[in-house]
Design a protein around this ligand. Structure first.
Ligand code: CIR
Length: 253
């Protein structure tokens, strides 16, 4: 498993914010947390390929939003926030070594954080960043490989993966206030602890679930259901509305 990451930009303090008020971000601390995140991925068997920082792009550490990678192709997105569109060129360049590249074209916009894949089912959050036109294009790009692609409404959060993520091949972690669970039929749905509304973003790697250290109650819920869990402190990145899925693009290389 390969994990593509990118060093935290000096300018991360000027990141896009939708649901949080701006608070100062300690870049050194954010980098230390990001290093520890990468170490966790390495500990789980990933080879980390880290792109150099793109200081002119405050949110560039959140590489997930720039591409959607499936075994057959890499879909280069067109992020919903104009400030984030320059991020895709360097991600595309890196992914070209591993996949054929295809692209989301204007006027559609898509953030990778809105794309949840469960096997051959691809769910796209209809959010402020991603819309129906992207669902249509993604469906045309992935349909030939046997994927079905559909839109899912989200409320009160940035991305679909703020509301629901896969914690195993057959299980999702979700926040019932942010997304309806019905579209995700056929898999076990574990709700976050109600006191931890931001806890639905978790990253499953090789049988282990990586979760933010800020959500111990949800962590316990997962462990009680038999999941192996490791926690990472990403508190500084969380001030930029980042979480654990958004800091890497995972691919079987
Ligand atoms: C943004 O608003 O685009 C960034 N500040 C945060 C992006 C987080 N991305 C993700 O969860 N996939």
């Amino acid at each position: 498993m390969l994990a593509l990451t990118r060093e935290v930009s000096e300018s991360i303090g000027r990141c896009e914010l939708t649901h949080l008020d701006r608070t100062p971000i300690d870049v050194t601390r954010a980098r230390r947390q990001h290093d520890a995140y990468e170490e966790t991925l390495i500990g789980l068997g990933c080879e980390v390929v880290r792109l150099p920082a793109a200081h002119e792009c405050p949110d560039a550490v959140f590489v997930e939003d720039a591409a959607v990678v499936v075994p057959e192709v890499a879909v280069i997105t067109r992020p919903g926030a104009p400030s984030r569109r320059p991020e895709t060129a360097t991600v595309a360049e890196a992914l070209a070594a591993f996949r054929t590249l295809v692209r989301i074209e204007p006027p559609a916009t898509l953030d990778g954080g809105d794309v949840l894949r469960l096997g051959k089912r691809v769910f796209v959050g209809l959010s402020s960043r991603s819309g129906a036109a992207a669902v249509e294009q993604l469906s045309a790009l992935l349909g030939p490989f046997g994927y079905t692609v559909g839109g899912v409404a989200v409320r009160g959060c940035l991305h679909l993966k703020s509301a629901v993520t896969a914690v195993a091949e057959d299980a999702v972690l979700y926040n019932p206030d942010l997304v309806d669970v019905e579209p995700f039929d056929g898999v076990t749905a574990v709700a976050v602890d109600p006191s931890e509304p931001g806890a639905a973003n978790a990253l499953a790697i090789a049988g282990t679930v990586v979760v933010p250290a800020a959500f111990p109650r949800t962590r316990r819920r997962l462990e009680q259901r038999g999941h192996r869990v490791v926690a990472v402190d990403i508190s500084e990145l969380a001030k930029a509305e980042g979480a654990v899925t958004c800091c890497s693009i995972l691919l079987d290389a």
